[in-house]
Design a protein around this ligand. Sequence first.
Ligand code: ATR
Length: 274
Amino acid sequence: MSSLLRAAVVGDPVAHSLSPRLFGLWAKARGRELAYEPLKVTAAAFSETLSYARADGPWLGWNVTAPHKERAAQLADECDPSVDQPGAANVLLFVDGRVLAHNTDVQGFLDSLAAAGAPSFGIRAAVLGAGGAAAAAVAALRRAGAAEVAVYNRGAERAQALSRRFGVSAGTLSDAAAELSAFDLIVNATSAGFAETSPLRAGTAFRPDSWAVDLGYRPKETPFLAQARAGGARTLGGLGMLVRQAALTWRLFFGETLPEDAVAAALADLEAVP
Ligand code: ATR
């Protein structure tokens, strides 16, 4: 008997997510019976929806996206150590009526940097933003052995909170624009891209040998990356991280490490999506 396994990406909004396409591709190529759907759940409904899923669900697992990653970590019955540093989970596994939380964003981010040839060890890095995505980027850069990490945010209070939590320096986005040339790697972890803007003011100078990395992937060249490229920096978009955190999620779902060619094929497919 073939058993159809169910999984979902849960967020709000979620219609734009490329995860159903990605998991569909791998399931087809690898002969897995997997139904993977986008599930729109508001912040107010997340806890109750998770309770139903835990009790009745035919679920293998969920990918969790904004705005639920912190709540997912808090509501899970058990957290893998990968959740500790970012304080957020992007994967929930449903096992025997229990919910197990994992974080594959942090390692996925580092894997995508490594695959692109972008540095992380011993570097000076700036993270723009102070939400969950920024926390994951800071946790990743610390884990990778960055020599210095600085957080810059529009709102000073959230930057201070992240700075205290990780023991890194903090500033505002105008500070970032003035200090940018000090950094080898600048990560845009704000959601400014949704508003089709860069978090840095027009005319901000990038150091030509630096790397600019955006965690967002819509459009493929975000306003931040366009600005960085115009300034001569090397750029990396968020599709690589999306695919690599998903590959690590696949391993949690099925216990199978995807071969590098399956990861590369998925990335090529998503890069061709208009
Ligand atoms: P996520 O889980 O994706 O990190 P979040 O917790 O809502 O989402 O955080 C969004 C981040 O993007 C915040 O750092 C936010 O800045 P504020 O703390 O000042 O609100 C930042 N952000 C959102 N829109 C922005 C914009 N237009 N310009 C600059 N920063 C922006």
